[in-house]
Design a binder for this molecule. Structure first.
Ligand code: GDP
Length: 457
């Protein structure tokens, strides 16, 4: 698909820099840039060449520049693409953009270059999203993820899965054409096996989200416990140590680091800590509702108990209420400095095998390193168990949708549901997977994704 109009935009940040780059893409890009360029005739230069010259407005020289010419289809957008490297003065940049518009370019909207790359079939949707992640990456872990995604690691696995599913769907749909004859083209046990195999591939992808999201946005941690258990003391102890390390870094914003700590390169975010700092703790009833709400959004829960007022029955009841799939609970027995002998027997029966237990003192800084290590190791374990990592909520939702439909298919097959109904679920799963790579997409979805890009990308 080739667009009629040629677009231009500043690809480097606004403001003064040593250099600035203006990008032009579309059928007429070489012709348009050539009309404001003094130097070689760009219309006859080879693709992938760098050309020295001047940008001129009639006779007036605007700047001395280098112009890169990339001819379709081997370019980022699959269209003719020209990049003008000029000096990074905002006046020069604006003048060149004005000239380009005067000569027939249109100013690009956010993400339009990448959107063209996608619509022209050069990259799939998840790769396009990885471009945005790459630009936003601020540490090695998120950079590594974006690079592997951009190179298609995640998409190629999905494409393979989708082909297997398509085979399945077409066999089933073939049966529908012969419904009067009551034939079975698709061997049911073979189908089941294939479904299991695909679920086997999808499940680790879904599970990898905890890690992928942690890398991208920080691991959400909730500190939960009864009033006076020591929650705010623990929060302060964890934050204070970290702050001592980061306060030397010039320009670090207090606000953003205040409620998060970095353990071995992974960011842990303490969620909803506002209430923790207030001395007047919320009324218990409100506290419980709030705690459960927090548990829903956490990846890790630090459940804190004061060993002085400990009741195992209550602890167990609370843990049962808090536990969720994919949430890691660490039971922290606080105030160890008080040297109270606690009765371990009941604990070992019911709780110890289910949750890691760490004996700490938030006030006296006992075993806080151990606690941090436990949090870090949990996240590291997630990484080890999955080779391909999902870090995008849109992808996660599509995978969950696919999983749900696949499981319905499985149930349908096992209970002898008609091929027609099974085929519907299969179609749904296919659609969900197609959404990720963009084989099934709509304008709203595309607008949503590319609208988040910066202009010039
Ligand atoms: P929260 O209501 O759960 O946030 O509890 P706070 O952090 O406000 O602590 C309640 C009381 O317990 C305060 O007086 C703290 O100083 C005290 N406290 C917290 N952690 C410890 C600890 O490890 N040892 C001792 N001895 N006291 C602690």
């Amino acid at each position: 698909m080739m667009y009629q109009d040629t677009i231009c935009a500043l690809a480097t940040p606004q403001g003064i820099g040593a250099l600035g780059i203006i990008r032009v893409s579309g059928e007429k890009s070489v012709e348009i840039v050539n009309s404001i360029f003094k130097g070689k005739n760009l219309k006859v230069v080879q693709s992938h060449t760098l050309n020295y010259g001047y940008i001129v407005n009639e006779k007036e020289i605007i700047d001395e520049v280098m112009v890169s010419v990339f001819l379709a289809p081997r370019t980022f957008t699959s269209e003719n693409l020209v990049e003008i490297s000029c000096h990074g003065s905002s006046y020069i940049l604006q003048e060149i953009l004005n000239l380009l518009v005067k000569k027939g370019c249109r100013l690009a909207i956010a993400g339009e270059f990448t959107q063209r790359a996608f619509l022209n079939g050069r990259i799939d949707l998840s790769q396009a999203e990885a471009v945005a992640d790459l630009i936003a990456s601020e540490n090695k872990a998120s950079h590594d993820l974006a690079i592997s995604q951009m190179r298609g690691g995640f998409s190629s696995l999905l494409k393979e899965l989708r082909i297997e599913l398509l085979d399945l769907a077409s066999l089933l749909e073939l049966e529908l054409d012969f419904s009067e004859e009551d034939v079975e083209f698709a061997d049911r046990s073979q189908l089941l096996q294939l479904l299991n195999q695909i679920l086997y591939e999808i499940n680790p992808l879904i599970e990898s989200f905890t890690y992928g999201n942690a890398i991208k946005n920080g691991v959400p941690v909730a500190i939960i416990g009864k009033p006076n258990a020591g929650k705010s003391t623990l929060l302060n102890a964890l934050l204070n140590e970290d702050r001592a390390i980061v306060s030397d870094i010039a320009g670090t914003t207090r606000d953003t680091i205040e409620e998060s700590i970095n353990i071995n390169g992974i960011q842990f975010r303490f969620i909803d800590t506002a209430g923790l700092r207030e001395t007047q703790d919320a009324i218990e009833a409100v506290g419980v509702a709030k705690a459960l709400e927090k548990a829903d959004t956490a990846a890790i829960i630090l459940y804190l108990v004061d060993i002085e007022t400990l009741s195992w029955k209550e602890v167990e009841a609370d843990l049962n209420r808090l536990k969720r799939e994919n949430v890691f609970i660490i039971l922290c027995l606080n105030k160890q400095d008080k040297n109270i002998d606690i009765e371990n027997t009941e604990l070992s029966k019911s709780t110890e095998n289910k949750y890691p237990v760490i004996k700490i003192s938030a006030k006296e800084n006992i075993n806080l390193e151990l606690l941090k290590e436990e949090m870090y190791l949990y996240i590291e374990k997630q990484k080890a168990s999955s080779q391909t990592i999902v870090n995008n909520t849109r992808h996660l939702n599509a995978l969950l949708k696919a999983k749900e439909s696949l499981e319905l298919c499985k149930k349908g097959l096992q209970s002898g549901l008609s091929s027609e109904l099974v085929a519907i679920d299969l179609r749904r799963a296919l659609e969900a997977l197609g959404e990720i790579i963009g084989q099934v997409s709509n304008d709203e979805l595309l607008g949503n994704i590319f609208g988040k890009f910066c202009i010039g990308k």
